[in-house]
Design a protein around this ligand. Structure first.
Ligand code: SF4
Length: 415
């Protein structure tokens, strides 16, 4: 018998397998994630989430006759001692599940490996490059292989963390869509999250008891990612009340934002350089690449705005804070880390922290808090455009609260 982390039920292994698989199947059916005959790219890193996803998709596709044409899609970031080893796992998965594998590398797409990028940028903003490049690389690989959709192994813990990070950043547009189970629904290549309601602990249990072949070493550049702090916070909530993870996701699904926040959503377009989807004339990947290729890698990740970017002789879109539409969670983490590194010491241990008013760009009152019972109590309001200065202040305060790891009240006031 084992204790299901999500429900605390005592079940035997076989019942756990059945319950886990049926819940994923129900998620797929309820949300109409796939259509019969679609070609599906299963993003595969060799880690537990994507390995279980490949196994489950293969199992459910056969059991329920989804009619999907599956293939594994891996990205080789060029991280020696990490990705080269994990790719060996994916190659074994290809044989074990009988699903063909396609690998695309940063080197072939961008001319740089992550090892080379880290040698230029250091280990502070590396995940910004990696997250932006990976997102686009997945799209490119999927298009190359004629895929209709990409399935990723994002689990409930990941989604809850992203909700939390977007609240802490006061990023209302992203908050409004980060809990969506399908993203890019109107595009030619939507992404789906079949594990949106699957707990990380249950994925680990499933992989362990099924004896699946996965790679469990962390990226050698990972310790600098700020996402770890949000993850710890979510884990603390889960320890207090296991259903807290689902509550965070459900809360995000129920958020209703003022019409003004909708106006900030970037309109999809294509990058004038590489032709891939972007919210700006030049996508974030091309902006970052320009900095790298010109020997000024930090310019692509700095918070330069307008005149600074132009002064440096960069493309007019280089330095637009917020970047292109391809920026992802890794960028969020990286920017939060930057904010934390500049956080005054007296803020770090505070119980109730207040950020000063006066964010650049106008009012965006955002409150995120946890009640004394340790359960999540998140609320967010949007009125007008959020300014980068305000977000940075909110991030600093939020990071202090997250580090405290107890009941917190975060108040960001604007006048
Ligand atoms: Fe890339 Fe950062 Fe993830 Fe490593 S931890 S694979 S550098 S995003």
């Amino acid at each position: 018998m084992l204790n299901r982390p999500k429900t605390q039920e005592q079940v035997c292994r076989e019942c756990f397998f059945t319950a886990f698989e049926e819940e994923v199947h129900q998620t797929i059916v309820d949300n109409k994630l796939f259509k019969h005959g679609e070609r599906l790219a299963v993003a595969a890193s060799g880690g537990k989430d994507s390995t279980v996803l490949a196994h489950i998709m293969s199992t459910l596709n056969a059991r329920y006759n989804y009619g999907l044409d599956l293939f594994l899609l891996s990205i080789d970031e060029g991280i020696t001692g990490y990705r080269d080893d994990s790719l060996e796992t994916v190659k074994r998965n290809e044989q074990q599940y009988g699903i063909p594998l396609k690998v695309v590398s940063y080197k072939e797409l961008y001319g740089w490996t992550m090892d080379e990028i880290v040698s230029q940028i250091g280990t502070k903003n590396n995940c910004t490059f990696c997250g932006v490049f990976r997102r686009q690389a997945l799209d490119r690989g999927a298009v190359l292989m004629g895929a209709n959709k990409i399935a990723t192994g994002h689990n409930a813990d990941d989604v809850a963390e992203t909700v939390l990070l977007n609240i802490l950043r006061g990023d209302v547009p992203r908050l409004g869509r980060c809990a969506n189970i399908i993203t890019g629904e109107d595009s030619s290549l939507p992404r789906v999250k079949p594990f949106k309601y699957a707990y990380e602990k249950e994925i680990v249990l499933y992989a362990y008891y099924k004896k699946l072949d996965y790679f469990s070493t962390e990226c050698i550049y990972a310790p600098f990612a700020a996402r770890g702090f949000a993850r710890e916070f979510i884990k603390d909530l889960e320890a207090a009340r296991p259903l807290a993870i689902i509550d965070v996701i459900r809360s995000a699904e129920d958020f209703v934002f003022a019409a003004a926040s909708d106006e900030k959503l970037p309109q999809p377009r294509t990058c004038e350089r590489c032709g891939y989807i972007s919210s700006q004339p030049v996508c974030k990947a091309c902006v970052l690449l320009e900095g790298l290729n010109r020997g000024m890698p930090r310019l692509g990740v700095s918070r330069t705005r307008g005149r600074r970017g132009e002064k440096a002789g960069l493309h007019p879109d280089v330095g637009r804070g917020g970047g292109g539409g391809s920026s992802g969670p890794a960028e969020v983490a990286s920017e939060s880390a930057e904010a934390a590194s500049t956080m005054p010491a007296e803020r770090q241990g505070g119980g109730v922290a207040q950020a000063p008013a006066g964010g650049e760009g106008g009012a965006a009152p955002t409150t995120a808090g946890c009640a004394d019972d340790g359960l999540p109590r998140f609320e967010a309001w949007a009125s007008g455009a959020a300014g980068a200065g305000g977000q940075t202040a909110a991030e600093k305060v939020a990071r202090a609260a997250v580090r405290q790891r107890g009941p917190v009240e975060i108040v960001y006031e604007t006048t």
